[in-house]
Design a protein. Structure first.
Length: 315
């Protein structure tokens, strides 16, 4: 699921686009920020739909084998148990899933070889043979083979990786979140009654996270000059052109949180942006940002601009 760090990263990405844009109208960028979260939602349903596509290919495979010129006994009795898999059947009946497929116009018809290639790999596996040999199927036993398809075949397929990278610009950044969402779906589906099985929530606390993300973005933009001056005062010995744009944005975001988000502990803010810098900026950025923010934080505390509403939030 998307946590606050993921939302900070998405705000950072849109702030970078805003910084590079000649058009400084904020509303289109707010819209882009919300769309970046919705894209995670969309990717989640594309992955779920791919699981169904692979299961349904067992029918196509069985038909093709039965219609060979000289089919063997195995060809004539090819298993279609995967198509009736209890997890897949439950997912197919899920109203939220069906609504999302319609909303996002999800269809793998543009590349039918995708499900075929995954199924062929699956068909030759010991896991598939074991699944087909089961006399009694439970939701747990049926989830096991779908987990295998997802973890060992889909996630390790260069072709799938390429498709998602081409369709979704943030796939490399969001891939880990999407794995967690699918894993949560497996965990949630415990009943053989489809109505009892719930999909994962991309943002479980969206009522709180949405305003946090938008407010963070808007305030970083609104106080750009003021907070840029704070940074400039602490980097006088640095060539401003050599300070990475990402570093500047991360520091402005941190200052914004320190001043305007009273319920977020100081330590959390400092740690979060230092960690984000490790992943999205230069190798030495985290140390640089840590040093500058420590100096700015000291000034903010002295001037009384850091006001935290809970006990222990100042540390």
């Amino acid at each position: 699921m998307l946590n606050r760090r993921h939302l900070r990263v998405k705000a950072l990405q849109v702030l970078y686009s805003y910084q590079q844009s000649e058009v400084k109208e904020i509303l289109p960028f707010e819209k882009a920020l919300l769309q970046s979260v919705d894209k995670v939602h969309e990717m989640y349903f594309w992955l779920l739909s791919l699981l169904i596509e692979v299961a349904d290919y067992s029918i196509i495979d069985a038909d093709e084998r039965a219609n060979k010129h000289l089919p063997s006994e195995a060809d004539l009795n090819a298993s279609v148990k995967l198509q009736n898999n209890l997890f897949i059947s439950s997912l197919k009946q899920n109203s939220e899933y069906l609504a999302a497929v319609k909303k996002y116009k999800i269809s793998w018809n543009f590349d039918p070889e995708v499900s075929k290639s995954i199924f062929i790999s699956l068909k030759n596996s010991a896991e598939y043979a074991s699944f087909n040999s089961l006399e009694v199927h439970t939701i747990q036993s049926d989830k096991d083979i779908i987990k295998y398809i997802f973890k060992k075949l889909i996630l390790k397929s260069p072709g799938i990786e390429q498709i998602f990278e081409e369709k979704f610009i943030n796939w490399p950044v969001d891939k880990e979140v999407l794995q967690a969402l699918v894993a949560k779906t497996f965990k949630n589906f415990t009943s053989e009654n489809p109505d009892d099985n719930k999909l994962a929530q991309v943002c479980p606390n969206w009522d709180e996270d949405r305003p946090f993300m938008l407010d963070l973005f808007k305030k970083v933009v609104a106080f750009e000059s003021e907070y840029q001056e704070m940074i400039a005062q602490k980097t006088k010995n640095w060539d401003s052109e050599r300070i990475a744009v990402m570093d500047t944005l991360l520091m402005r975001m941190a200052i914004t949180e320190l001043i305007h988000f009273s319920s977020i502990p100081v330590k959390v803010t400092m740690n979060e942006y230092i960690e984000i810098a490790k992943e999205f900026s230069t190798p030495k950025s985290n140390s640089f940002i840590n040093g500058i923010l420590d100096k700015i934080l000291a000034d903010l505390k002295t001037s009384g601009k850091v006001r935290k509403s809970g006990r222990g939030l100042m540390e």
